[in-house]
Design a binder for this molecule. Structure first.
Ligand SMILES: [Zn+2]
Ligand SMILES: [Zn+2]
Length: 340
């Protein structure tokens, strides 16, 4: 039995229609952040996702192609790829685009809502960081800490060089008459799942073990738990999916069962947020009670995760703002939420 520490291996799949697929587990960030890229032997050889673009990630992608040649008998190299589809605008999925452009003439596509993440990377990060600061102010963070976390959020500002894309897609499109696009916003605005016969590439929308981090829509439009629930239900309705291939972790034989688990997980977290808001609380206080052990960067993730749940409940009338009188004339005050 491979131990938990053994690196994941290349895996081969085939659709009921006979299209061959390889999972390439690319070490996006050491020591153990693997992103699954997929090489699909469709009419045009297609690579789904790219890794992060770090030196280790690019080397790992090259090593995967070497593994295809030596262990799987495929006469293929990165230069043979004709099309790259990016499943969403997170750096561990698209960051390798510049490296791939150096090696191939492949056409690159991404969902229309995440297009600017690739074409205007720094701009989009700087602008969304303004919204993040605003969110942190309202969540009750002191200015210095909000500044610190906003800077932390921009760590990747200079690691990716913006590059043009060759095509974009949206809900209902068919890429190359092969991949059926399902727009599944929530985890990321331009998140998509791609259907190829009885196989669904679920990207980071549905993963086998972790529940993808949530962030409020007040920071980035088309994020947020409301969109995420809707997108989960959309994918749950699909008939005839035999296998789900995620952007990380393992393959899923029961995508619907996994979706039910994720929905139940967030339902419980919403209940927990309501319980915490028995008395008026800021998002900062709610996050601390929800995730008491969070430290460093995880404090920021705890804040956005709690913020997404509070936003969902507030928009649906289950929470109200308790300090309206007190804050009415302040420019960006801390809001306190209480159960209605
Ligand atoms: Zn992601
Ligand atoms: Zn990811």
């Amino acid at each position: 039995m491979p131990s938990d520490k053994a690196p994941p291996e290349i895996a081969r799949y085939e659709t009921a229609g006979g299209v061959k697929i390889y999972k390439l587990p690319v070490l996006a960030f050491p020591p153990r952040h693997f992103t699954n890229c997929y090489l699909v032997y469709a009419h045009e050889l297609t690579l789904i996702d790219t890794g992060s673009g770090s030196a280790e990630s690019n080397q790992s992608l090259k090593d995967c192609f070497e593994g295809l040649r030596t262990d799987h008998g495929e006469k293929v190299s990165l230069g043979d790829v004709k099309r790259v589809i990016v499943t969403h605008g997170h750096i561990d999925h698209f960051g390798g685009l510049n490296f791939i452009r150096e090696q191939t003439k492949a056409k690159v596509g991404i969902h229309v809502l995440d297009q600017s993440t690739v074409t205007s990377f720094r701009e989009r990060l700087v602008v969304s960081s303004k919204n993040l600061h605003h969110f942190l102010d309202r969540a009750g963070f002191e200015k210095e800490r909000a500044d610190e976390f906003t800077e932390m959020n921009k760590w990747s500002k200079n690691v990716f060089k913006s590059t043009p894309v060759d095509f974009t897609f949206d809900e209902g499109d068919r890429i190359g008459d092969v991949f059926e696009v399902f727009h599944t916003p929530g985890h990321c605005p331009g998140q998509v799942c791609l259907r190829l016969g009885d196989i669904l590439f679920t990207a980071d929308h549905v993963l086998s073990r972790i529940t993808p981090n949530q962030s409020p829509e007040s920071i980035v439009r088309y994020n947020g738990l409301g969109h995420y629930y809707e997108s989960l239900r959309k994918i749950r309705r699909l008939e005839g999916i035999q296998l789900g291939l995620g952007g990380h972790e393992d393959e899923m034989r029961d995508v619907r069962g996994r979706i039910d688990d994720i929905i139940a997980f967030h339902d419980r977290r919403l209940d927990r947020a309501l319980e915490i808001c028995d008395a008026p609380k800021s998002i900062g206080q709610i996050a601390t009670e929800m995730f008491p052990r969070a430290a460093d960067y995880h404090v920021l993730l705890a804040m956005t995760e709690a913020g997404a749940h509070v936003e969902y409940l507030y928009e649906r009338g289950s929470l109200r703002v308790a300090n309206v009188e007190e804050i009415e004339h302040e420019s960006n005050p801390t809001l306190l939420y209480v159960k209605t």
